[in-house]
Design a protein around this ligand. Structure first.
Ligand SMILES: [Zn+2]
Ligand SMILES: [Zn+2]
Length: 265
């Protein structure tokens, strides 16, 4: 199996060396891992309240160290990924900055809503002050825009807005259907991110009904643990794979130099 969403200490909120992540993956018998740390927001001209990404000058070293790890021979292959934020208005800068490196894949994630880092525990009180319907509406709008940029191979944790357990009392299905159709139309995959199970949401991102809609729409799926420490590599994968098969997925999407390939499930 493959884990396409691992972080590194460069983002300031993860622990463990690259070698330790790889060793954890080898121990779990993973065929491949993808390191996908947070792309420096500084390069997008965006300065968040809490630093959550590497510095701009650390990016070349990040790429170099992942490539060095990938050139080693061993039971587990290593891919060069990155998790980039979608922030409206920064598309051109992001495209230019991304073009400098030989990524295997780029995860596009929405973590910021008009400046609010809504998936960060520091800023969770903001949910109490806002209308949850408007929050969810804006979130899914940003996800659709992210797909339409064409800059991303897969969309990370596509319903992470539920992370802290704040859910509006409306039917979310129309949003899921719309996201599925935009993903399909733009040829973008989505990520089944297993970290959600360890948050107050207590579900994978996306949850099962959303996953079923994505499967019916024929959207490709990548798999990631979003590990911010080596022990989390491959977390809950048995459950995730069983769920994917139950829902009807037949393959996982994997990437090499941004070319999509598939791994039978
Ligand atoms: Zn992170
Ligand atoms: Zn993320």
């Amino acid at each position: 199996m493959v884990d396409y969403h691992l972080h590194t200490p460069l983002c300031r909120h993860a622990l463990g060396s690259l070698e330790e992540y790889l060793a954890a993956a080898e121990q779990k018998g993973l065929k491949e891992i993808g390191i996908a740390d947070h792309f420096p927001l500084e390069l997008l001209g965006f300065a968040p309240e809490a630093q959550v990404t590497m510095e701009a000058e650390e990016l070349p070293g990040y790429v170099e160290s992942v490539l060095r790890l990938s050139s080693r021979s061993g039971p587990t292959g290593v891919k060069l990924g990155i998790e980039a934020d979608y922030i409206p208005g920064t598309e051109e800068r992001l495209e230019r900055e991304l073009s400098r490196y030989p990524w295997d894949y780029v995860i596009g994630s929405v973590h910021f809503m008009d400046g609010w880092d809504f998936s960060h525990p520091f800023f969770v009180q903001e949910y109490e002050k806002r209308d949850l319907v408007a929050v969810y509406d804006r979130y899914f709008q940003l996800v659709r825009e992210a797909c339409r940029t064409g800059l991303f191979d897969t969309i990370g944790h596509p319903d992470v807005i539920k992370k802290f357990g704040y859910r509006p009392e409306v039917d979310l299905e129309p949003y899921w259907v719309e996201i599925a159709s935009v993903l399909k139309e733009t040829g973008t995959c989505f990520e089944l991110n297993t970290s959600g199970l360890d948050t107050p949401a207590e579900e994978f991102y996306p949850g099962r009904p959303f996953l079923e809609i994505l499967c019916r729409a024929g959207v490709g799926v990548t798999l990631g643990s979003d590990a911010h420490e080596p022990e989390s590599v491959g977390r809950h994968f048995d459950r995730a794979l069983a769920l994917l098969r139950q829902v009807g997925f037949k393959e996982l999407a994997v990437f090499s130099r941004r070319q999509r390939l598939s791994l039978p499930l």
